[in-house]
Design a protein around this ligand. Structure first.
Ligand code: FPP
Length: 254
């Protein structure tokens, strides 16, 4: 679609958005970098770099529209099984990208967080990420949480271990206690809207505890081509749904 029509479409969609019902936490499974690269006759690594370029636009757009939390599934625990060249290129990309974008994030009042299993992260990458987390802690706009070395089941396993180590008894275990022991528990709320790009319809172990009641949106667009128009479509779809959290429609409307 020509750029001008895309701008017009964005305006039309913006007019449909209810500014009072913006999902507070959007989680995105950024899928399709490899297929985009193949389509372009490029290597998978070029696809990931192009995917990283998308991150900035989506963060800026979500911040502008009033989203409070954006969490991005950048590397799952299972992704260590990929070819070692791809894994090391991705790890390098995470730290270089965040270092490069740090000042831009700061200028836009964005906070940054890491969510995942810290212990098995490459120490150098973890060091860089921690440094950026600390330097953007004072910001009050959108919190960008990058999920690296993350798995929803692993997160629950790690939370359970912490609970046992802290000496809790079976009768102390509640949903609230488990929530308090998840990664980034002091920062990250439940997911309102989970988006997956590239046409795949799975949630692949992402935020399984926090997404228990989230609305799901599957976009056919590959992540490197996912823009603010596609994000708006997801938000509008979310706003048309009735979130019942196990109640009846009548109860929700009361
Ligand atoms: C899935 O696509 C994508 C990933 C495993 C990596 C996601 C990483 C980025 C978008 C890069 C940078 C991110 C940040 C936060 C700096 P795939 O490779 O599985 O695609 P395919 O299914 O088409 O092969």
């Amino acid at each position: 679609m020509p750029e001008q029509n895309r701008d017009e479409l964005k305006k039309e969609l913006m007019a449909q958005v209810d500014k009072n019902n913006i999902p507070a936490h959007i989680a995105i499974i950024m899928d399709g970098n490899g297929r985009w690269a193949k389509k372009m006759g490029q290597s998978r690594i070029v696809g990931h770099h192009e995917g990283a370029r998308r991150v900035k636009n989506i963060v800026r757009f979500c911040n502008d529209i009033g989203v409070k939390h954006l969490s991005l599934y950048a590397f799952s625990i299972e992704n260590w099984l990929r070819p070692s060249m791809e894994v090391s290129a991705l790890m390098r990309l995470f730290s270089t990208y965040i270092i490069k974008e740090r000042d831009g994030l700061d200028a836009e009042n964005v906070r940054f967080e890491f969510c995942g299993r810290r212990e098995t992260m490459p120490p150098k990458v973890m060091e860089e990420l921690d440094r950026i987390v600390n330097s953007l802690k004072k910001n009050t706009g959108l919190t960008l949480t990058v999920c690296i070395n993350y798995g929803g089941r692993a997160e629950i396993v790690d939370a359970t271990k912490k609970i046992i180590q802290e000496g809790y008894k079976p009768e102390d275990i509640t949903e609230e206690l488990i929530s308090q022991h998840l990664y980034c528990s002091d920062i990250l709320p439940d997911v309102d809207l989970m988006v997956r790009t590239s046409g795949e319809m799975r949630t692949s172990n992402f935020h399984i505890w926090r997404a228990a009641y989230s609305e799901l949106y599957f976009s056919p667009v590959l992540w490197p081509e996912f823009d603010s128009v596609e994000m708006l479509k997801a938000i509008i779809s979310y706003q048309k749904r009735e979130r019942r959290f196990g109640m009846t429609s009548e109860q929700v409307q009361e």
